[in-house]
Ligand binder design. Sequence first.
Ligand code: NDP
Length: 451
Amino acid sequence: MELHKYTKEVLEKFLVANKGLPEYQEAATNILTSLDKYIAEHPEFEEKSLLERFLMPERFIQFKVLWTDDSGKIQVNNGYRVQYNSAIGPYKGGLRFHPSVNESIIKFLGLEQTLKNSLTTLNMGGGKGGSDFDPKGKSDNEIMRFCQSFMTELYKYIGPNKDVPAGDIGVGGREIGYFFGQYKRITGDFSGVLTGKGLSFGGSLARKEATGYGLCYYASEALSTILHTDFKGKKVVISGSGNVAIYAAEKATALGATVIALSDSNGYIVDNNGIDLEVVKQIKEVERGRLSSYVERAGKGSYHAGTYGKEGIWSIPCGIALPCATQNEIGLDDAKALVAHGVKAVFEGANMPSSSEAIEYFIDHEVVFGPAKAANAGGVAVSGLEMAQNSERLSWSFEEVDEKLHAIMKEIFANGYKHTLKYGKNVYDLKTGSDIAGFEKVAEAMLAQGI
Ligand code: NDP
């Protein structure tokens, strides 16, 4: 597709300036491609250099994290925080602990987060952070020492009205608790500086469930509006078995679907009568174990080593696919296999799980495509609700938070779909509509605030 002159110029310069950062380049290319028609309608963006300003993070912080392992050896890791855009609110976005974390991953996530947070209808800017620290196999004490050391540097840059981190891959309630304790120790301040906190110190009910539940609320809206159907009786394949995947599986099941597969980074389980989620929760949430023990524990189903590729999780026939593990899990071949086996809709629980070619393929083959920044925005939306509760010094009931989450996800769909109808390739192209809907608000705020 030939891009508008201004979009093309900005993208070309961006790609040169960010050579060697592939995920970041991919995310920016995807977003600018979606925004192109909209940009062409707004000559003031070029006059005010808005796209260049939007793409450049406000701040990128990299720091050293030193900690001691249980044998007494000193270990060194990289820590990162990108404060991407604060036009519509304080920076907000998760922290990821995974060996693959680097500048490219953090910047791509920060850019995506900026549009995602805008879509939530709440006032939150975009940020993201993390470390190449691998929490797998570490003792509880090692995790605590690492989190304390990480926060000893990060605390300088965050605050309840400045930057409010949360969890992501490898960072859940336990880690947020250690971060919070260290922030309080250093600053003497008990504040809502993090979200995803424990319920006894300012956390919100339904935060744990929010991304997965929100994904299914969004999916339900899309299924009923575009395909005039719902989850009932559908076979659903979900990758991952972490926070997002487990609660997506729980809600999809509650809405009448049969979740037939889940994965972790070693392999996947298939259970055609429906995965026993209580067993999965026990393995992953309580024991932090591997899915390979599922078959023996549940007394049913099958386990397959390896995750993606020819005989990977996306080769299983299903009506709805929910990628909920990590970036780049669905390539063109996976998309072809899913379509050949009759998939009707794909909703992204993870961030950027599908490649650009896979997305194109879905949209061209009339598969409803719900992009991450819209479909998985439920987590950050409830983080925003946690911030609201902290400001009020009140706690809302599970039902109240869940109801607000549901309303927000409906609104995210409606707003994106409105733009899909105007700018999208076809009605299945929720990617274009969502990117424009998210950008619209950020652009307006940036223009209003001057340089
Ligand atoms: P978790 O750490 O709880 O779970 C991640 C899951 O994905 C685990 O099952 C993990 O397997 C698997 N996984 C991770 N990396 C890989 C890989 N390289 N290959 C195969 N499998 C992998 O993370 P979350 O559930 O919180 O996050 C999942 C995705 O959702 C991420 O993309 C995240 O950015 C996104 N997201 C999360 C939100 C949240 O609220 N938590 C909000 C919005 C988006 P294993 O168990 O073996 O490690």
